[in-house]
Design a binder for this molecule. Structure first.
Ligand code: NAI
Length: 466
């Protein structure tokens, strides 16, 4: 039996950030993780997926349907060495997970590798410590921080296994599937479906709703839909999977209008959402208050049990690494005695599709519902010099602001590398900027950020370039 002030359960972005911060504050901290630190994001999520997307983009741009020839670059049709791509991707993951390990060590966190079970709100048992099946440790803690994350949701009629894969396996394929069916056109389905189409797979994207990325409005996602179609992706909207046969790869689909349909695919990626790991590892025995499948927390990430905290995907949407890390900072500060709350004005969200999509704050419809009279203006990348030099002009920046005082409520963009606008968007909302603040700021030329300034100018009725 060992005692510690803080025990963090889970070493993803939520857990490792909490552990580093509490240890840095001089509070004894134990972090329990069954696998490599870094969690889904570093090991099997954000990072390897972005590496795969980047490689797929390069490969495609040099191929017959890419834009290299238009730019005067004549290359042989490229060939794909998938094992080499995987090795490069693994190298990035190792570099980052080793970096996290080093940071934890430097901060003085005791990292325990093993399978944790929560016994009660102050006691955690770890089995298989350090890979030794017979080794068990028991910890008593003052503060228990739950950060167990989420796992891909399975479809009951088509469980994972064989041809049926989740995002985890989709990131580590040893051969390229000739055909790939993707169920779900949310973040994962669109990002990975596009990447595989660019690598040369024949991709069918199946989505129950009437458009891709249905959480966002149609105007914002239209350029992505156009690109999917240009890449030859067969897009089946308003379509549901009725049943599937994992052995043959045959899928029976029902369509909102039209006859039932059958397709066959070499591999089937199920990307219909992620489920929080909120009932595993003995968490259910704590009988915490829940919000559906998520653990209910207050604005300091306290659960219904004293000195038991929950952060990251187990606390609900948006299930994003940067939200988890921000919650972690708050919890560590509160445990260290500071008065802090988790109440961001906006949490940006990015889809690494082609073109990329970024959203911060309120969408126009949402703003109308919540703030009443709003202004909204859009500036297209066809009027932006930098976008033209990148040969990617399909997209725009849109701003949403209150009509009365011009305070900015939201930003959205779809276009080349617009993920990098996320910080500027979120800063302006967090700083309570008004349209005049953005319109009056000198923006570097030529950059994509000029589209922000132009959108703000347009909203003020003073557009310059469009
Ligand atoms: P998602 O919730 O984004 O999308 C799931 C899609 O599947 C929805 O559009 C839904 O309508 C559709 N769907 C559900 N059941 C279906 C059925 N039976 N047939 C056809 N369509 C069906 O979930 P996704 O893509 O799995 O991603 C999970 C989470 O992972 C995201 O919510 C996000 O938090 C995180 N993520 C974030 C990324 C980023 O920040 N760039 C990238 C990838 C994932």
């Amino acid at each position: 039996m060992q005692s510690t002030n803080v025990l963090v359960l889970g070493g993803g972005p939520a857990g490792y950030v909490t552990a580093i911060r509490t240890a840095q504050a001089g509070i004894s901290t134990v972090l329990v993780e069954r696998a490599n630190p870094g969690g889904t994001c570093l090991n099997i999520g954000c990072i390897p997926s972005k590496a795969l997307i980047h490689a797929a983009d390069k490969f495609h741009s040099l191929g017959a349907n890419g834009d290299a020839a238009q730019l005067g670059i004549m290359a042989q049709p490229p060939t794909l060495d998938l094992p080499q791509l995987n090795e490069w991707k693994r190298g990035i993951v190792s570099q980052l997970t080793e970096g996290v390990q080093a940071l934890l060590k430097r901060a003085g966190v005791q990292v325990v590798q093993g399978e944790a079970t929560v016994i009660d709100g102050k006691t955690v048992e770890v089995n298989g410590v350090g890979g030794d099946a017979g080794k068990r440790l028991r910890f008593v803690c003052q503060h228990l921080v739950l950060a167990t994350g989420s796992a891909p949701m399975a479809l009951p009629m088509l469980p994972f296994g064989g041809r049926v894969i989740s995002s985890t396996e989709a990131l580590e394929q040893s051969s390229l599937p000739a055909s790939l069916a993707v169920i779900g056109a949310g973040y994962i389905g669109v990002e990975l479906g596009m990447a595989y189409a660019k690598l040369g797979s024949r991709v069918t994207l199946i989505e129950a709703q009437g458009r891709i990325l249905p959480a966002w409005d149609a105007a914002l996602t239209r350029p992505v839909q156009r690109r999917l179609q240009a890449l030859g992706v067969d897009l089946l909207l308003n379509t549901r999977l009725e049943s599937g046969d994992a052995d043959s790869g045959v899928l029976k689909l029902s369509q909102e209008s039209g006859a039932p349909r059958e397709i066959q695919a070499d591999r089937i990626l199920v990307a219909v959402g992620r489920a929080p790991r909120s009932r595993e590892a003995g968490l259910d025995s704590l009988m915490l208050d829940m919000d559906g499948p998520y653990i209910r927390v207050d604005e300091q990430c306290r659960t219904s049990m004293r000195q038991v905290w929950a952060i990251g995907d187990i606390t609900g949407e948006p299930m994003l690494a940067h939200r988890a890390m921000a919650q972690a900072e708050v919890v560590a500060a509160v445990i260290a005695g500071e008065r802090r709350r988790f109440e961001p004005a906006a949490i940006p969200a990015v889809c690494y599709s082609d073109p990329e999509v970024v959203v911060a704050g309120m969408l126009p419809e949402e703003a109308k519902g919540r703030a009443g009279d709003v202004l909204s203006a859009t500036f297209p990348f066809s009027g932006n010099g930098r976008a033209l030099t990148l040969n990617q002009v399909d997209g725009f920046v849109r701003v949403v602001a209150r009509r009365d005082d011009h305070r900015i409520l939201g930003w959205q963009a779809v276009g080349p590398s617009v993920s990098e606008l996320a910080a500027a968007f979120t800063h302006s909302i967090e700083m309570c900027s008004r349209l005049e603040d953005i319109a009056g700021t000198v923006h570097a030329h030529p950059t994509l950020t000029e589209a922000m300034q132009e959108a703000a100018l347009k909203a003020l009725g003073a557009g310059l370039h469009g």
